[in-house]
Design a protein around this ligand. Sequence first.
Ligand SMILES: O=P(O)(O)O[C@H]1O[C@H](CO)[C@@H](O)[C@H]1O
Ligand SMILES: O=c1cc[nH]c(=O)[nH]1
Length: 233
Amino acid sequence: MSTPHISAAPGDFAETVLMPGDPLRAQYIAEHFLDDAKQVTSVRNMFGFTGTYKGKPVSIMGSGMGIPSMSIYARELIVSFGVKNIIRIGTCGGIAQDTKIRDVIFAQGASTDSNVNRARISGYDYAAIADFGLLENGVRAARDLGIDAKVGNVFTTDTFYQADGSFYEQLNKLGVLAVDMETAGLYGVAAEYGAKAMALFTVSDHVITGEATPAEERQSTFNEMVKIALESI
Ligand SMILES: O=P(O)(O)O[C@H]1O[C@H](CO)[C@@H](O)[C@H]1O
Ligand SMILES: O=c1cc[nH]c(=O)[nH]1
């Protein structure tokens, strides 16, 4: 079976798919964390893999950057490949003062400057939220691993390079923890097509203080988040 953006056979994807933005991270996770991983799609180099983690089937696939890219893959995975749970594992920019680089953040809800969710309900605001069960399992897995993760509202933006940095101060005043570029779209697609979704991130940089994770540390902090996501399944 093929969709415009995924070339795989029926049954090639597990019911649960972990989605980092970067397809090479998907490959890294498949190679380092899964048993018996096999590549199931590579259209546009958006690699997808299926294997097992502690005996449980799981797939990993890149989402690309931004709501449009994530929405295409999430919709095709759910509607055409029977995927039931999508867990985004990404990086984010910290906003809240007590959000530090390397922290792990769970997106309980995702506000956005995108119009995609309003378009789903006649122009009204839609509260894009994580599936509670996936969120609960994720937070529990983090606790069990001794990782002090934060849980709260994030902001999904279409604009990585904001014209006016004071925008982040407004988000900060409203208690928004961090910024990413896919989560509100993922939560909307999952709701529309009857699947479950949840997102967690590693803070790679702080958009107010300018602090950033040194390149050599990015992999190890990223690994912690992957472990949380896999243990939560
Ligand atoms: O690390 P990923 O998952 O790609 O996530 C973040 O990084 C990208 C921007 O650099 C955006 O996709 C943003 O959401
Ligand atoms: O979307 C993102 C991800 C990381 N850092 C940012 O500033 N934005």
